[in-house]
Design a protein around this ligand. Sequence first.
Ligand code: ADE
Length: 420
Amino acid sequence: MKGYEIRDIGLAERGRQRIDWAAREMRVLGLIGQRLAREKALSGIRIVACVHVTTETANLVRALKAGGAQAVVIASNPLSTQDDVAASLVADEGVAVYAMKGEDTATYRRHVDIALDTHPHVIIDDGGDVVATLMSKRPEQAGEIIGSTEETTTGVTRLRAMERAGRLPFPAIAVNNAQTKHLFDNRYGTGQSTLDGIIRATNILIAGRTVVVAGYGMCGRGVAMRARGLGANVIVTEVDPIRAVEAAMDGYRVMPMMAAAEIGDVFITVTGNRDVIDVPHLERMKDGAIVCNAGHFDVEVNVAGLRRVADGPIRLRPFVDEYRLRSTGRRVILLGEGRLINLVAAEGHPASVMDMSFSNQALAVEYLVKHRGKLSAGVHLLPREIDQEIAQLKLTTMGISIDELTPGQRDYLSSWEVGT
Ligand code: ADE
């Protein structure tokens, strides 16, 4: 067994059962894993995976291992690790895992360093911390990297900034931007798991409440849709005029956060930006307003600002902290310390949607290895055929068949002569 740092190896049995349960919903990834195993497509490849340590991630790691890779797994967020999964990965799969739910930032950073000490060929990043650490602290290792893959919108934004700054010397695949990733994981995954996290943390009734969703990208759409489905009055805040029009025409009220702050009962940030809920917003909120975040980093709610202007926190329940604003005497309830509420208080996105996200990850790693030395430095998209293959396999596992174009229809689509 390799080195590891986890909460409790004794949790492995429960972790293995939960990983097997998720596997039943991850049949596309299962098929890909079987092929990678037959072809030993990843033989000798050292991978560092900095991801949320969940049952779904464990199935990705199983697939990569089956393909012959050696993986080191570290957490991409201090509060998202499922300790039983970490234990099973170590005990049952012999994987080096450095992740504990509740680890502090210094430990989190130390784990990134331990992972980089293994001199990976491929980095699977979720948020960009490993690639950014490599380039800022160990640029001499960049030559060893075949490439990286990035799971999330925030990480892709960061990679593009590195590319612009001339600091991305290897190919990085924006897995997030695959259609079979962001159209489903970001929308249906974040939509369901965020409401799940809020409900598990608080057990509040959503029906009849005013829910403010900050950001109307794919994640915001999913959250707004599911909140409405549970009976909430939904308000959307945006900075992008096109997205704001979409939200308005989807039937939501759209207004600035300063206006929404006075009316909302529950606030959910999914923007990828910082200080979206800032002190002036917090000071306007109703007594008992609930505030949480489902964006990647804990910067969307200005938690440091809240701590400066409020007394507390008083922990009311796990992941539920009450602050009392000194200026108004009103209380704000912050969930999950402002970190991803869907992974902190619930289990992240359900396996069936992570099936497609992590199939993209597995195929992106294979693609990098197959094209080793041939891809230019910078951000790449996965080829469209891979997206289509994943969608087709997903349909098959869902028992859905679709029509095919007839030769006449193909001709029609490629001709310009036929009109009225
Ligand atoms: N991100 C969101 N949900 C996730 C999950 N279930 N596993 C890994 N990463 C995730």
